[in-house]
Ligand binder design. Structure first.
Ligand code: SF4
Ligand code: FES
Length: 246
């Protein structure tokens, strides 16, 4: 089938503003958008800049806005976004992160916020021998957040970061925090509160569910944010502290 990829282009050395350039292509409906982008890069226009690595939905490096929605280019088939012959498919970089070039954004701020929640196991409890065992039920409590591949699709789709609160730590950082907050062996909850229990932390979320809608790993992102809110509220209640007024 014939389609046109309408790609947002920007070269900071030569362009004042980003602009769209159209690339007509002959493709199969079962080709992936990443295949089409790589065809353009390899055979039509070698100046096109994009990130990709695994090409199998694992590394999270090729998240972009395809046909108006955040998706992984390697997991999006042409037929998912081109419903008829001669369809035009728009391809744009992620939002809420500085544009470097074409489809590449500067992910620095995203990973800074990710690191702020201390996304690693914390416990000073001595281990006499063996491993830190956990029941299958307790392991299941944080199964969902372990699927996150840090693609930043949710960060781009979040309407809170649109202007209401650009300091919001973002959905992915909270999901990565939840990975450890709900791990029965972890003791780092208190250390993470300065970031999570904060107006720019979980309380900035207004349940728009855009993060959950776009997550390519099917993670219940908003649910994880709300479970974290509930755990913080429980701790405040136990301590006789005031409830957060979101
Ligand atoms: S929560 Fe989903 S959308 Fe957000 S970074 Fe992780 S995998 Fe990507
Ligand atoms: S290239 Fe790795 S997730 Fe798409």
């Amino acid at each position: 089938m014939k389609v046109t990829l309408k790609i947002k282009r920007y070269n900071p050395e030569t362009d004042k503003e980003p602009y769209f350039r159209e690339y007509p292509l002959e493709v199969q409906p079962t080709d992936r958008v990443l295949d089409a982008l790589m065809y353009i890069k390899d055979f039509v226009d070698g100046t096109l800049a994009l990130r990709r690595s695994c090409a199998h939905g694992v590394c999270g490096s090729d998240a972009m806005v395809i046909d108006g929605q955040e998706r992984l280019a390697c997991k999006t088939l042409i037929r998912d976004v081109a419903k008829e012959e001669a369809a035009v498919i728009t391809v744009e970089p992620l939002k809420h992160l500085p544009l470097l070039r074409d489809l590449m954004v500067d992910q620095g701020q995203f990973f800074e916020r990710y690191r702020a929640v201390k996304p690693f196991f914390i416990s000073d409890e001595a281990l006499e021998e063996g491993e830190r065992l956990q029941s299958p039920e307790d392991r299941h409590l944080f199964d969902d957040p372990t699927k996150c591949i840090l693609c930043a699709a949710c960060y781009s789709a979040c309407p809170i970061l649109d202007g209401k609160n650009p300091r919001f730590v973002g959905p992915a950082a909270i999901v990565q925090g939840a990975r450890f907050v709900f791990d029965s062996r972890d003791r780092g909850f208190e250390e993470r509160l300065s970031v999570l229990d904060h107006p720019d932390g979980v309380w900035a979320c207004e349940n728009h569910f855009e993060c959950t809608r776009v997550c390519p790993r099917g993670i219940k992102v908003t649910k994880n944010i709300n479970l974290t809110k509930r755990k913080i509220s429980q701790l405040r209640q136990e301590r006789g502290e005031e409830e957060h007024k979101a």
